[in-house]
Structure formats: C-alpha cells, structure tokens
Design a protein around this ligand. Structure first.
Ligand SMILES: [Fe+2]
Length: 164
C-alpha cells in the first residue's frame, strides 16, 4: 500500500471541525423548532451554549497559544481575531443565563449568536486552520490532549447540572 492510501490520523483540527458541524446541526434544529415550542428551544440553546463553551475553552487553551507561536507575524492577526470573536460569542452566551424561550430578546439573541458563530466557524475553516496545517505543530498530539480536556469539561458540566 503506498503512502497515499494511508489515511491521515484524526487530529485536533478534524475534531474541531466535527464540533463545528455538531453546532451547526443544533442551529438548524432550532430554526426548525415550532415558534412556541419553548421547552425544545430552551433545551437546544442550553446544548449549543454548552458545546460552544467547551469548544472555546479547548481552542483557547490548546490551539490558539501554540498557533500564535507557530504562525508568522502576518497570520498571527487571525488568532487575535479569533480571540475577539470568542469574546463576542461568550458575551452572547452569558445573556442566555437570564433569558428563557418566550422572553423578549431570546430569539434575537439566538439569531445574533448564530450569525457570529457561523462567521467565526467560516473564518477558522477557510483562513486559520489551513494556515495552522502548514506549520509543524503536532496536531495529532494536540488532538489527543483536547479529547481528554473535553471529557473533563463535559464531566464538570454534567456534575453541575446534577447539583442544581
Ligand atoms: Fe473558535
């Protein structure tokens, strides 16, 4: 079997892109929910906020700092931009702490969260991730660490949910 046939192992960027797809599916499910199905809307928003929160923590801890070191000065601006986009997304997530489906502003906050996140995902996948792939970063090792960190964060969220 030639090298061309050996599949590349799953790495950090593959994992992050799979999470992007899962987040987009939740956005689509929200759009399809009945306008007055508040229970479903609350559940979908809670799930998307959890996924986005874990996703942002993992990227900020394990990808962005290493990428900032590995990328050239011209590309580093894309990491800076990603941090600012995360800040906006996190600010929108915070708004949901005091908003329930049916409240004024709930659907609007969701719409802006979706728009910002979709833009951020597109920027990462078309600009930042391709640049990161050109570096010598060990993305397979980072991916393994990410999986462990993600599992720990999910566990913490599950425990917090039980405690409430
Ligand atoms: Fe991100």
């Amino acid at each position: 079997m030639s090298a061309a046939h050996i599949p590349r192992p799953i790495d950090a960027l593959d994992m992050l892109e799979a999470e992007h797809r899962a987040i987009e599916q939740l956005f689509d499910a929200f759009e399809r929910a009945e306008r007055d199905d508040f229970e479903r809307k609350n559940r979908l928003v809670q799930r998307v906020c959890e996924l986005l929160t874990i996703h942002a923590i993992v990227e900020e801890e394990m990808l962005y700092p290493v990428a900032q070191n590995a990328l050239g000065a011209d590309q580093r601006i894309d990491v800076d931009e990603a941090y600012v986009e995360h800040f906006l997304v996190k600010t929108l997530i915070e708004r949901f702490a005091s908003l329930k489906a049916g409240d004024d502003g709930f659907d609007a906050t969701f719409k802006v969260l979706k728009e910002n996140t979709t833009h951020h995902i597109e920027e990462e996948e078309t600009t930042l991730f391709p640049e990161v792939r050109k570096t010598r970063m060990d993305l397979v090792a980072i991916g393994a660490n990410m999986a462990a960190r993600k599992a720990a964060l999910q566990q913490r969220i599950a425990e917090a949910a039980v405690a409430h």
